[in-house]
Design a binder for this molecule. Structure first.
Ligand code: SF4
Length: 512
């Protein structure tokens, strides 16, 4: 089939008054000079290919000089930058493969079984409630309706993630939901798995046995060394760090007792980077290593929940975050060079797109974002939100992201909700000002809830967005490493893109 090449051509810059130049035989090119790339300039194209050119080569392109057969022409042709050499069919298939998540439907279902929490965190995004506020517990009946709704998803696999508050504070309902979901899924035969996000402060041996027997993955929060963690996450009458550390060790031991590969099966933990945390990049990484964690997610603080009220104490200029990130990841890379396997999650997400030509379907960094079409969040009272962040904004008194109720809404109506359509439109990179011309657009993603909360509209202005600043800073760092790093550093970064499924946690379905 002969398809006419619809790709826009690259037009060199033309000085005012100069004679008009013929467009270059280039696809649409975005460029970014990086501070630590030896003066070279990064070029990307809309398909996700990338290449570095020297400043001399960049000047030649800007002057409109790109002769066939020159080293620059060959270098660009090898990376799909020469328009006449592109196979449109091949690129269309490539794009369709990377966007295949669009055909699935929501696969992540966040279930807030209670807002009650035994800890008080300085940045609490969830707007926790005190332990006596039992009216914020999900009932078994609502839990069943959440499962019924979730199983209508068009996705062949669904993950039910228990969040709070502290989900273990409403453990009987969690158990009821798990057992009901396994039984109901016999008719659907979906790939089903469960995840628990817990501070572990209410864990007991009985609860752990139940969770391990029912193949529930456990994830916790660690904010760094004990002094930092306990200052940010206050456990009345106890030590939040010691409790979490004790249970991480116990759970990891239990996995080994079950004969599971400890390199694959271990407790995952999440960091929330506050202003105080910025002082301890290496110490935070070392805390994770000492707890047996193989991955660390250096997440900045978000503007949701109590974090908005405490911003004066915990927020910071994102340039300080960039320095923190670089120091922490350099430390992680040096550990890898000594044979220790540990990775940073943000880096792994971006590198999978940059190096593997794949999309790892991380919902906050994809285009369009996973709001509603990749994930749904269910509040304890049965309300449905387009994301957990949307639910957090609801707890702050704004219902913008509420798209239904498990007791009354039909799945189709929720997925066709006008808010869902708007969220999709607001998170397509190619249509957003700033993203549409950004060098990192092929690998990046927008979170409309973040723009709404921080800028007052789901259609954000990325050059003023703190999230965009984080994404740019991380991708600058990664591309610099890929360009100037030694072979062993580049090998390590490639290794971080390896995906090994933790199949033990998948529930048996009707077929088994
Ligand atoms: S969010 Fe920022 S870094 Fe990402 S594509 Fe948009 S402008 Fe670029």
């Amino acid at each position: 089939m002969n398809v006419q090449n619809p790709l826009p051509a690259f037009r060199p810059f033309v000085a005012a008054g100069a004679a008009a130049q013929k467009p270059l035989d280039l696809v649409e090119v975005r460029y970014r000079p990086l501070p630590n790339a030896g003066g070279d300039v990064l070029l990307t194209n809309p398909f996700g290919d990338w290449v570095f050119v020297t400043q001399g080569e960049m000047s030649a392109l800007v002057r409109g000089q790109l002769d066939d057969g020159t080293p620059l022409h060959q270098k660009l042709a090898a990376k799909n930058f020469i328009r006449s050499k592109i196979s449109v069919e091949t690129e269309a298939k490539r794009l369709a493969r990377k966007k295949r998540f669009l055909a699935y439907g929501p696969n992540l279902h966040i279930c807030v079984v209670t807002l009650r929490c035994n800890e008080t965190c300085v940045y609490c995004h969830a707007s926790r409630a005190d332990m006596d506020q039992v009216q914020t517990d999900m009932s078994p009946e609502i839990g069943e309706k959440v499962v019924d709704f979730m199983l209508q998803s068009t996705s062949p696999g669904v993950t039910l993630e228990f969040q709070g508050g502290e989900p273990l504070a409403n453990f009987p309902v969690m158990k009821h939901i798990i057992e009901y979901a396994v039984q109901k899924n016999r008719a659907y035969g979906k790939q089903l798995d469960f995840t628990l996000v817990s501070n572990l402060g209410l864990m007991t041996e009985d609860k752990l046995s139940y969770l391990v027997d029912h193949k529930v993955q456990i994830c916790t929060s660690i904010d760094g060394p004990e002094a930092l963690h306990t200052k940010q996450r206050v456990l009345v009458g106890g030590n939040s760090h010691r409790e979490a550390a004790r249970w991480i060790e116990r759970i990891n031991k239990k996995y080994i007792e079950l004969g599971l590969d400890p390199t694959l099966y271990h407790v995952e933990a999440l960091l929330t980077t506050t202003r105080e945390a910025l002082k301890y990049p290496r110490e935070i990484v070392d805390t994770y290593r000492n707890l047996g964690c193989r991955a660390i997610f250096l997440r900045p603080v978000d503007p949701f929940g109590f974090a908005k009220k405490t911003a004066g104490r915990i927020e910071y200029d994102r340039r300080e975050y960039h320095d923190f990130y670089r120091t922490a990841v350099d430390h992680i890379l040096s550990l890898n060079a000594k044979g220790e396997e540990i990775l940073e999650r943000y880096a792994a997400i971006f590198l999978t797109k940059i190096l593997m030509d794949e999309d790892s379907n991380f919902l906050d960094i994809r285009s369009p974002s996973g709001s509603a079409i990749g994930a749904l969040a269910y509040n304890y009272d049965g309300s449905i939100f387009s994301s957990d962040e949307g639910r957090m904004i609801h707890e702050m008194g704004d219902d913008f992201f509420k798209i239904g109720d498990v007791r009354t809404s039909k799945y189709r109506d929720v997925m066709k909700h006008e808010t869902v359509r708007a969220l999709v439109l607001a998170s397509i990179r190619e249509t957003q000002p700033d993203c549409n011309v950004c060098t990192y657009a092929p690998y990046c993603g927008i979170q409309p809830e973040h723009s709404y909360r921080s800028q007052g509209s789901i259609f954000g202005q990325m050059r003023q967005s703190t999230l965009c600043s984080v994404h740019k800073g991380i991708q600058d760092f990664l591309f610099e490493k890929l360009h100037t790093g030694d072979a062993s550093t580049v090998d390590t970064l490639k290794r971080w893109t390896t995906i090994r499924e933790r199949s033990h946690f998948i529930q048996s379905s009707a077929a088994s």
